[in-house]
Design a protein around this ligand. Structure first.
Ligand SMILES: [Mn+2]
Length: 452
C-alpha cells in the first residue's frame, strides 16, 4: 500500500464515520529560535500527517466526503531564491492524493467546518488572518482516535522501518561504549545510524548512566567501570512514524552481580508481559501481570517481603517500578497524547489515583492493528527510597537494609514495540540484544558479525 492509497483510505473511513461534516486540519507553524529566520526543525501535527501526509508548515487541509483540498500558496520568486521551488501541483497531487489545491486566501470560504481541540489550529488561522466558523468537536476526536488506533498496512510498514533503524542505533551504541567515553559519544554513535537512515529522533533521546532519573536528557558524564548505560532512543520515519526502545548495558561489558540480579527480574517481567500481548487482552491486566512478576523477583531477592498479589494491590512495587507498563505507539511516540486520555483510556475508564498506577498511559482492550510499548523498569530513586515517610506505609513489607545494597543499580528499563495481530503480536523491534549474555557480547564487540 502506497502512502497516497493509505491517505485516500483514511479520508474515506473518516467520511464514513462522520458523513456531511467538513473537517479542517492544520500542519502547524514553524517555531522561531529567537528570530523568525532561524527556526527549530519543523514537524507537522500528527493528525495532519495521518490524513494529509505532507510534512510542511503553514498548511490547512479540508476533508469533506472523502475528498482532500489543500490550502497552500506556491512560493513566490523571493522564496524560490532562498528555499527552492518545492513540489509542483502535479507532484503534490500524485504523492499525497490531494483532489484540489487552493490558495490559502480561499480558506475564508469554508463554512461550518470543525477541527480537533488544538491550540495550534486557532493560532494558525489567526496568522492567516482568517478564522472560519470552527468548533471543537468531540465526535471528530473520537473518530480520529478510532482510526488511528488501528494501524493500516502502510502505517505498519512505517513502524517496522522505524523499528529497524532503532535496533541498529542501539547496537551501535552498545558497540561504541567503553570506559573513558562520554555519554555524548555513545549517543553520537546511535545518532550516526539514524542520520544514515535519513531519520530524526521520535523524541528526545535518553542516553545516560543515571537511568533512575526517568527523563534524563543530559549526556555530560564520562563513563567508568561499574556504570550501566540506559538508552531510551527511537527513530522517526520520513512519514512521521515512531519507534521507542530502551536497553541497558554495562560499560565494562560485564554486569555487576546486583545489576545482573535486577536485570533478570525486569527482563522476566517484560517477557511475561510480551507473551500476554494479544487481541482482547486488557492492557491494564498486562501491566499488573508485569508488576506481579517484578514483585515476585524482588521478594526472591529479599527487597520485599509478603505475598505478591497483596504487595501489588498496595502498590509496593511502585516504589521501584514507578511508571506504567507502556503506551500507544504510532505517529506520536505516546500516540495521540495531545488528546489527553481520549486515546489511551477506553470510554468510561479513568486514571487511578494510586501512586504508580496513576502513570499508566493505556487502559484499553487490545485489538489487532494497535501498537504498544512494553517497558517495565526498576529504579533506585533516592527521593523515594531514602525518605522514611515514603517507606512508612510499607514498613511491614520493605527491607530497607536489603534495598540499600541495590542503590548501585540506579535504573534498568527494557522496552520493545509490539504490534497486536490476529494471532497475537509481532515484535516491531526484533533482533536487539536482550538477554544478559547477548547484551554483554554486543558491548564487548563479539556481535559485530551479525550486523551485516
Ligand atoms: Mn516508551
Amino acid at each position: 500500500m502506497t502512502i497516497s492509497q493509505a491517505l485516500r483510505l483514511r479520508r474515506s473511513l473518516l467520511a464514513e464515520r462522520l458523513p456531511n461534516r467538513p473537517v479542517l486540519l492544520f500542519s502547524g507553524r514553524e517555531r522561531a529560535r529567537n528570530y523568525p529566520g532561524n527556526s527549530y526543525p519543523f514537524r507537522a501535527s500528527s493528525h495532519f500527517l495521518y490524513f494529509a501526509g505532507w510534512n510542511h508548515p503553514g498548511l490547512t487541509v479540508l476533508l469533506e466526503g472523502g475528498r482532500a483540498v489543500l490550502f497552500y500558496d506556491f512560493p513566490e520568486s523571493e522564496d524560490v531564491v532562498w528555499h527552492g521551488s518545492g513540489l509542483s501541483e502535479q507532484e503534490l497531487k500524485a504523492r499525497f492524493a490531494f483532489d484540489e489545491i487552493r490558495p490559502s486566501s480561499r480558506l475564508s470560504e469554508v463554512q461550518g467546518a470543525t477541527s480537533l481541540p488544538l491550540a495550534e489550529a486557532a493560532e494558525q488561522l489567526e496568522v492567516m488572518g482568517r478564522v472560519p466558523d470552527l468548533t471543537e468537536d468531540r465526535e471528530l476526536a473520537e473518530a480520529v482516535v478510532f482510526l488511528r488506533l488501528d494501524h493500516d498496512a502502510c502505517a505498519q510498514q512505517q513502524l517496522r522501518q522505524a523499528g529497524r533503524a532503532t535496533v541498529q542505533a542501539h547496537r551501535a551504541g552498545m558497540a561504541a561504549t567503553r570506559r573513558g567515553a562520554t555519554e555524548w559519544q555513545v549517543r553520537a554513535a546511535m545518532d550516526f545510524e539514524l542520520i544514515q537512515h535519513g531519520m530524526p529522533h521520535s523524541y528526545q533521546p535518553i542516553v545516560t548512566r543515571d537511568g533512575q532519573v526517568l527523563h534524563n536528557n543530559a549526556h555530560e558524564n564520562t563513563l567508568i567501570d561499574g556504570d550501566m548505560i540506559l538508552a531510551d532512543f527511537g527513530a522517526e520515519t520520513l512519514e512521521g512514524w515512531a519507534a521507542d526502545v530502551t536497553r541497558c548495558w554495562p560499560v565494562s561489558g560485564r554486569f555487576s552481580q546486583r545489576q545482573r540480579e535486577i536485570y533478570q527480574v525486569v527482563l522476566k517481567a517484560q517477557q511475561e508481559a510480551i507473551k500476554a500481548v494479544k487481541p482482547w487482552a486488557e492492557f491494564r491486566h498486562i501491566h499488573l501481570l508485569a508488576a506481579r512478576v517484578l514483585t515476585e523477583g524482588l521478594i526472591d531477592l529479599g527487597l520485599l517481603v509478603g505475598k505478591p498479589d497483596d504487595l501489588v494491590e498496595r502498590g509496593a512495587h511502585a516504589l521501584f517500578f514507578v511508571h506504567g507498563l507502556g503506551h500507544l505507539l504510532g505517529l506520536d511516540v505516546h500516540d495521540m497524547e495531545d488528546l489527553g486520555d481520549l486515546a489511551g483510556y477506553a470510554e468510561g475508564r479513568h486514571r487511578s489515583p494510586q501512586f504508580g498506577l496513576c502513570y499508566l498511559r493505556l487502559d484499553r482492550t487490545l485489538k489487532p492493528g494497535m501498537a504498544v510499548t512494553i517497558e517495565p523498569g526498576f529504579y533506585w530513586i533516592d527521593r523515594l527510597l531514602d525518605d522514611p515517610e515514603v517507606l512508612k506505609p510499607f514498613a511491614d513489607c520493605v527491607r530497607p537494609d536489603v534495598i540499600q545494597a541495590y542503590r548501585e543499580v540506579k535504573g534498568i528499563r527494557i522496552e520493545d514495540d509490539l504490534l497486536v495481530t490476529e494471532q497475537g503480536h509481532e515484535n516491531l523491534t526484533p533482533g536487539l540484544p536482550t538477554t544478559l549474555e547477548e547484551v554483554e557480547r554486543a558491548v564487548t564487540g563479539a556481535v559485530t558479525a551479525s550486523r551485516s
